[in-house]
Design a binder for this molecule. Sequence first.
Ligand code: HEM
Length: 416
Amino acid sequence: MNSNMPKDSGFDKTLSILKEGYEFVMNRDKELDTNIFETRVLGEKTICLTGSEQAELFYDNTRFRRSDAAPARVQKTLFGEGGVQGLDGDAHKNRKAMFMSLMDNKAMDEIEDLTEKYWHEFFAEINWNDTVELYEAAKVVLLQVACDWVGVSLEDEDIETRAGQISDLYESPAALGIQHWKGRKSRSEAEDWIQGLIEGVRNGEIEADKDRALYQFAMHKDLDGELLDSQIATVELLNLIRPINAISVWVAMIGLALHEHPEAAEKLQDANQEQLEWFIQEVRRYYPFFPVAVARVAIDFEWQGYEFKEGTLTLLDLYGTNRHPDDWSEPEVFSPERFEGWQQTPFNFIPQGGGSYDFGHRCAGEFITIVVMRTTLDFLVNHLEFEVPDQDFSFEYNDIPAVPNDKVKIKPTRLK
Ligand code: HEM
């Protein structure tokens, strides 16, 4: 047996991760000419994987677990504690089914209608002399989409505050210092808000629509036939509201793509739904968002001659897999047409994780994300006229999530 897994030279690489961000795993794969290597992160031995073959290994539930994988700073901000991300086995299956039962065709039509409606409303209300930051606008629009869809009512005067609070949750996990602590404070404020609603539904003070997630999650029973702890139902409802709001990051990247790839943007005039979808799929492949998925080795095993020891922290490079030369031709080129007739497997295109939606940890909201992005692109191309002022479109690869520095400023001229 060859247990000589390629090793990243030197000591602990926590600082390199902070410096290199999305490109940390990719840089070492190139340097060491490998899809698998060992390093040290936060004082722990860590295995890094990239590419579709390695993704298939990573999503084997018999070999990897999630229960103690996510770093505390991520749980205290992004995920919350006790949510679906950290469950394994039957407990995970039961909780994941609660999410997946919401994701039917009717829900997708509704998400499409809400996205269209709130983009129109946003621009119907602006002062036409204003310059709008697309990223910040999307936070406001998508918070309203999320809250309507899950059944949470929002007062007009609270929208901006809540949008800021929710976006702090995904802007802070990798941040240091004040920004990180702001994220923790916002999580506790957002949880207070949602927990009050869950408890209100349970004690009958709030009359909730039975088809909506607020009611469904408040009344969901776990494997013991008990209601979820209200704190956990809260974390899970925020696991819908927060990531719908976070699609703003990709809305900003749509804006960047339209600017950076004028030839591809040109082809969107008169594009059909399928062509719009190729464009947003390419945005999800080409630009970074969620850097890695994290698990721990569940049992000792050997794979391709490499030894995996129970408990070892393991990172799957999502960004790198979407640009892996074994899976993609000319991965550095932005080309929406690559999706025409393209064959998807559960492991070769994984911006939102891979494997199975029901039995694994693949993102519950991938279809919602695609619908929101496609509808937003359609709005920007077919329903809004705007100019693009000079600005800084660059972003940093060690800023997670990465967003163009000026947040994609546009100068709207009219609604069409
Ligand atoms: C904004 C774009 C989004 C990105 C980049 C994203 C990315 C991800 C990633 C990388 C994972 C983890 C995969 C893994 O651990 O293997 C995940 C899980 C998850 N996502 Fe998303 N997501 C997005 C949008 C959404 C939306 C819109 C929803 C819900 C409406 C959602 C709900 C979830 C849930 C509940 C999980 C946990 C699944 C599990 O542990 O079984 N996400 N997402």
